[in-house]
Design a binder for this molecule. Sequence first.
Ligand code: BG6
Ligand code: MG
Length: 217
Amino acid sequence: MKQTGFIFDLDGVIVDTAKYHYLAWKKLANELGFEFTHEQNELFKGVSRKRCLEILLEIGKVKATQIQFDQWMIEKNEDYLEYIKHMDASEILPDVPKVLKYLKDKNIPIALGSASKNAQPILEKVDLLSYFDVIVDGNNVTKAKPDPEVFLMAAEQLGVKPEKCIVFEDAVAGIEAANAAKMISIGIGDAEILAAAKYNFSDFTQIDVSFLNTLIS
Ligand code: BG6
Ligand code: MG
């Protein structure tokens, strides 16, 4: 077993894709005849596509047949893919490559732990795929965050004990999942929203080398 492992969420931690997920859900909500706000979008962070649609339909009080449900999932994803079609490294969040490079140079194992089924192509688009030793995403898990499955699977594949894993997350459901896995949770974003995290930072520019060294040792 290796000493320490780092697990990164994707959307809202590595890249600023939360806004595109929001736009795609908002478009669907508007087509179905209701509004979808930024506040409501907080509930969607870290949550699987299927669960997001269930919540959206609850918000709009819309009933769907299975065929409609499946069709709307496809439609939302097609719109999302259209938004991210031209995505490149300019959409990586500040100082993320610096932190990844620091860990890589120290031979610290790195995993992605994301709910998204689009994770791998996004990492390819922004040219960060090579930093990751392990990728666990929405295609591999059966239980969505806040269930700890995604992070436990990542730890196992990294060969690192869960309590030696450090998780970076921007979603309430993701912090809950990391805590349930008995990992060290680091909230990236609003500290009030992510109050359950062990540590909080507004973004990676606030994380310095001495803090990373404390986590590693
Ligand atoms: C998470 C996002 O990373 O992935 C959620 O925070 C999203 O908002 C989920 O619903 C699933 O993403 P995708 O790309 O599989 O629809
Ligand atoms: Mg996220």
